[in-house]
Design a protein around this ligand. Structure first.
Ligand code: HPA
Length: 245
């Protein structure tokens, strides 16, 4: 079964033949909302909206552990995360779809591990390659087959939010080697790895990051919503193709 975690602009999958919805509780508390079970083509899919269905949960308060632990217990075998990001690199303009290959984590104060320190020896997971290459390839192949322009590879900077960054912070992230910036990529990817769940992300560049492109003085929010809307339709089509292939 394929798990899809939808971000801003993707609170449901229109092409999902819904069979039922289920509220799942976990040892880590409640996930962001009910899970929607269904089918796309002959692929079983379960969907959850990361920020809740009414988009009420800010990035720093998402219960990432509950979401991931529930997906694991439901029997999901791979996860696609859909996330909106700001574009830092000059070729990552609003409207770009990109499958990142690396992460730099700037978040703090989040519950970022399943390791409680009470159940046996500490396990240090390998996180050299934070995304599962086979799931990345699923996304890239689907893009290629549908003629959807999709960039392969980006360094994702995970910031704390919920405020957007300052122009100086974005300059620092660029110097660190970051190409795109978002607020939810971590600890989600790390928790998936702890559970040994193959995980990859498709990121939609919704805006220029602070101080870049036409965001030299301020982020254009009205433009952001429009870009997100049309880009998420492209992501929906991509996921449909990936499931039907
Ligand atoms: N910064 C951080 N997160 C984001 C942005 C941004 O500019 N755009 C969408 N998510």
């Amino acid at each position: 079964m394929l798990g899809i975690v939808g971000g801003s602009g993707l609170t449901q999958l229109a092409n999902l033949g819904v069979s039922h919805r289920e509220i799942t509780r976990t040892a880590y508390g409640e996930p962001s909302g009910p899970f929607t079970f269904g089918r796309i083509g002959c692929q079983d899919v379960v969907f959850i909206a990361r920020h809740g269905y009414g988009h009420t949960i800010p990035p720093h308060l998402v219960n990432y552990r509950a979401n991931l632990s529930a997906l694991h217990s439901i029997g999901v075998t791979r996860i696609i995360s859909v996330a909106s990001v700001g574009g830092i690199r000059p070729d990552m303009a609003p409207g770009t779809l990109v499958v990142p290959h690396q992460i730099i984590d700037y978040t703090w104060g989040r519950e970022m591990t399943f390791q409680s320190g009470t159940d046996g020896p500490v396990k240090h997971i390998d996180f050299t390659e934070p995304y599962a290459e086979n799931v990345r390839q699923l996304l890239l192949n689907a893009a290629q087959q549908t003629g959807e322009p999709m960039m392969n590879g980006a360094v994702y900077a995970a910031t704390q939010g919920p405020r957007l960054e300052t122009a100086a912070e974005i300059n620092r992230l660029a110097q660190d080697g970051a190409d795109i910036v978002g607020m939810t990529g971590m600890p989600e990817a790390g928790l998936a790895r702890e559970l040994e769940l193959p995980y990859a992300a498709v990121c939609v560049v919704a805006n220029w990051a602070a101080g870049r492109g036409d965001s030299a003085h301020a982020i254009q929010f009205d433009h952001l919503e429009t870009v997100l809307h049309t880009s998420m339709d492209r992501v929906r089509r991509l996921i449909a193709h990936l499931c039907e292939a």
